[in-house]
Structures are given as C-alpha cells and as structure tokens.
Design a protein around this ligand. Structure first.
Ligand code: ADP
Ligand code: MG
Length: 483
C-alpha cells in the first residue's frame, strides 16, 4: 500500500532523497596525519594542514580512500577508477582554509542501490546516486562563554563520505528503513561506526510533495538531522507544511531548513545555495585520484559477508523465517552470537531463546549483546540442559534470569538451587496421587466429560513438585491414573 497524505484538495505523495554524511573510520584524517579519534581535548588533534597554515600541502590518506571504495562495493555501486578533488569555497569561522576539499564533478563512487524491507514484508530498492570523499569542518562552540565563541579544530580535516540517494523514498518509513539499512551496511563493512549521537552519521533530508501522476515539485532540504527517528519525523512534518502551503495557494521555495524535534516542525534557515555559489574548481594541490583495478579487486575479495547475504544464508542453513533472520543479522555481534549458539543445536529453538528470554533479560538490565554477562557458549549450555532433560523449559526461564543477574553458569545455578528435573516415576506417581485425592470433586467432573480440567491437574502436580517435574512424564502419569 502506497503511503499518502490527505489534504483539502485531495491525496498527496511524498518525494524524498537523503544526503548522508558518514565519518570514515580511520586513525588519521583525510589529508593529514593528525588523529581522527572522537572526544579528545579541543584543538589537541590539529596539524598545520588542518589549521591551514600557509604553504601546507594535503596528502591523501590511502586508508580513507580504501574505506570509500569498500563502502561503494558494499552498496553494489560503480567504482570510478578516476576521480578528482575539488575546492568548495565558502567562508566560515570553523573553516580555516576558506574552502572544503570535496569531490564535485568526479566522485570516487557512482550509482548503486540499497534494498530495504518494509514492515509489511515488501522489498524496495532505493537508488544511490553517488558517494564522494570530503573533509569535515571544525566546530564552533557558542555555549562556553557569554560573549565569545570558540573554535575546536579537532574535526577539521576528518574524512567524511557523502552518500546521496535518488529521490526514490516515498514515506517516513522508507526514509527510516533506508537509513537503518545504510548504517547497518557501513557498520558491517567497518567503514563508519554509524554513531549518530556522536555526529559520525547525519542526514540532510530533501522533501517535496506532489499529486499522483505529476512530475517532481520544488523541494526543501532539512539540514543535519541526527537520529533516524528525527529523520522520519522531519519527512512527515516538512511534507505536511508543504501541502498546507500549496493548498493555501502559496508556493514552496527551495531553501535550507532546520528540524525542531520538540515542536515537530521545520523552520527556514537560509535560502538554498546553488553549486555556482561555491565556485568549485579542481584542487591544484592534489593530483586526480587514480585507482589500480587490482587493488579494487583485492578490496572486493576481502569484504565481509554483508547483511542481505547473511540473512539469506541464515534462512537457508538454519531454517529461519525472513523476520527472525533479519532480527538476528541486525548487528554483526548478534549474528556471530547466534551462529555460535545454533551450531550443533536445534537452530530454531536457539533463535527463540535468544530473541525471547535472553533479549528480554538484556533489556531488563539495560545491556546489549556486547555487554552481555552471558556468552553464546553460556546460553548454549542452558539449551543443552533442556535438550538432555536435566531441566524443563519452565525452569530454564528461571535459570536464565539468574544467569543474567549473576553471570553464573547454568549448570552451577541448577545444582545450587536444586532445579534438576524429576524423572523418577515413583516420585511423579506419588505427586499425582496426592493431587487427585485432594481434588476428588474435580476428578468426578473430569470423568463426567469436563476434559478441560486436565490442564488444571497438570498445573497442580507441577506445583506440588516445585515446577521440576518432567512435563511429558507428568502428562503420562495423569492420563494413566484418570482413565
Ligand atoms: P544539491 O547538491 O543541490 O543538494 P542534488 O541534485 O544533488 O542537489 O540533490 C540532493 C538530494 O535531493 C538528492 O538526495 C536527491 O535525491 C534529492 N532530490 C532531488 N530532487 C528532489 C525533489 N524534487 N524532491 C525531493 N528530493 C529531491
Ligand atoms: Mg545538498
């Protein structure tokens, strides 16, 4: 079902394209040897190149170039063996060079595609227009002093990938799904940590609206949105604003806007600048970037297995549903955890325990797979105790909770708490006799045809055995005695 918005003049469709800035994972900056690490003392990671001292020359960082190529390969995109760095000229206090080194006409990566799965199970391809490398600017700090602003140049010169999508996105959900998938691919590739809180990934959200069958109308660009949820909210808020404007007889003018999440609205920041406003020209300090096809092939050969391929393999090898496979593949760490857990065990049962009680326990204690007190082998030991009938499933839930709280091994908890399942038929028969004797009225009803009461008897016997009875044996004993 296509997503639409209703206005007073009829039905509207959203058109949206995203420009994502993703900070490259690398030890040093794009054109200097200064550290690119996050969170250091202001201005402690600034080389003469980053501070634009006269006469300093940029030297391309091969690792940043490799990261851009890996990302292009991961997006099934065209790798351009010949690309070029251009100067994008503008003046701002946090830009000491007076220009940003970027790639304008000849980006390192051309068209690609990102495949997203929506909530209704449908699959959609979102086109990638291009990916180019560029420098980040410094940061202005306005909240350190009442009358002055400070500049931190640590970020100046850090490598960014700008990944531009085609205007293929048609709903807030699709915008969220695209960003989620893109972030997942970059994290799998190890080319960007995708940490939106720290600003290592941020999106410019381009939005227009149109009536069915129309060409594109004028768009607005909502700058620097820093969470996936805010991107989805911004798409909707901006589309609604434009619809109201068109229907009011007004006209959308192309401009740059900001999203205010607390008021759920966008507001104008500045009129849109065009490419010619930046006076782009080839950077005379840098040669064109020429890549060796063998080097590209080598990068391709060493790419990790990516989410789509892994999802397909999990469905094939472990018999998982598409939904379960996608959840487990969400993060590399959860996929690795699952594979270790499922190997040599009932794969479906492993998935159920991992996504059910195990994830619930992590949630309850505010932890993630990375900080889990239980390893895959530890959870596996619990599943083995169920498989060899040492404990039953109900007791296993209790053991798992204790494992999460204490970090203790499953077998140790089972022994400490005396939770071993009772398979001794003598003990089970005794418990059954006791329950039936204490509920003579219910036994009579059961025998008169109230078969629903069987569950009641099972519950009572289990209770009498502190939950430790083997469920199959308890059922068997009850059936025998009640017939
Ligand atoms: P610029 O470089 O000026 O920002 P681009 O042509 O590179 O412009 O487009 C930037 C983004 O805007 C792309 O993600 C593209 O998909 C999107 N876009 C282009 N036209 C429209 C439109 N009419 N409505 C919504 N998004 C659009
Ligand atoms: Mg733009």
């Amino acid at each position: 079902m296509a997503y639409t918005l209703e206005g007073s003049t009829g039905t509207w469709e959203i058109v949206c394209g995203l420009e994502v800035h993703a900070q490259v994972i690398s030890r040093s900056k794009l054109f200097s040897g200064a550290s690119a690490a996050y969170g250091a003392e202001p201005n402690s990671q600034v080389s003469f190149v980053d501070a634009a001292f006269p006469g300093m020359l940029p030297v391309p960082n091969a690792e940043c170039v490799a990261q851009a190529v890996r990302t292009g390969l991961g997006l099934n995109a065209q790798i351009n063996l010949w690309s070029r760095f251009d100067r994008k000229n503008y003046f701002y206090a946090d830009l000491p060079q007076g220009y940003q080194i970027s790639q304008f006409e000849h980006p390192i990566v051309g068209t690609g595609v990102v495949e997203v799965t929506l909530a209704d199970g449908s699959v959609k391809q979102i086109g990638v227009t291009r990916l180019h490398l560029e420098q980040d600017a410094g940061k202005s700090l306005h909240d350190q002093d009442p009358t002055r602003s400070f500049i931190d140049l640590n970020r100046s010169g850090v490598a960014l990938m700008e990944i531009v999508s085609e205007p293929d996105i048609r709903s807030p959900e699709e915008a969220g799904a695209y960003l989620t998938k893109l972030r997942q691919i970059l994290r799998y590739l190890g080319t960007c940590d995708g940490n939106m809180d720290e600003g290592s990934m941020r999106a410019d959200v381009n939005v227009s609206v149109r009536k069915a069958g129309e060409g594109f109308r004028t768009r607005c660009e909502v700058k620097n949105v820093n969470s996936i949820r805010f991107v989805m909210m911004a798409v909707e808020a901006e589309a609604k604003r434009q619809i109201a404007l068109w229907e009011d007889g007004g006209e959308v003018v192309q401009e740059t806007r900001l999203f205010d999440p607390t008021r759920n609205e966008t507001r104008s920041m500045r009129s849109k600048e065009d490419a010619h406003d930046y006076r782009y020209f080839p950077d005379p300090d840098l040669l064109p970037l020429v890549l060796d096809p063998d080097w590209v092939a080598q990068l391709k050969a060493t790419l990790p297995e990516l989410p789509d391929a892994k999802t397909a393999r999990f469905m094939r090898d472990y018999g998982l549903s598409p939904y379960d496979a996608r959840i487990l593949v969400m993060e590399q760490a959860s996929a690795d955890f699952y594979e270790r857990l499922a190997t040599g065990r009932d794969a479906k049962q492993a998935a159920n325990w991992m996504m059910g009680d195990f994830y619930a326990g992590l949630n309850r204690t505010g932890r993630s797979i990375e900080t889990s007190p239980i390893s895959a082998d530890g959870l596996g030991e619990l599943l083995d105790l169920i498989a060899d009938s040492t404990i039953n499933g109900r007791i296993a839930k209790e053991v798992l909770e204790a494992m999460i709280d204490t970090g203790e091994r499953a077998s140790v908890i089972v022994d400490q708490k005396g939770l071993r399942q009772v398979t001794d038929t003598g003990a089970i028969d005794a418990a059954v006799d006791k329950v039936l004797a204490a509920n003579a009225d219910k036994v009579a009803q059961y025998k008169a045809g109230a078969e629903k009461l069987f569950g009641f008897f099972v519950g009572q016997v289990m209770k009498a055995m502190a939950g430790k009875g083997n469920p199959a044996l308890v059922n068997e004993a009850l059936k025998a005695k009640l017939s």
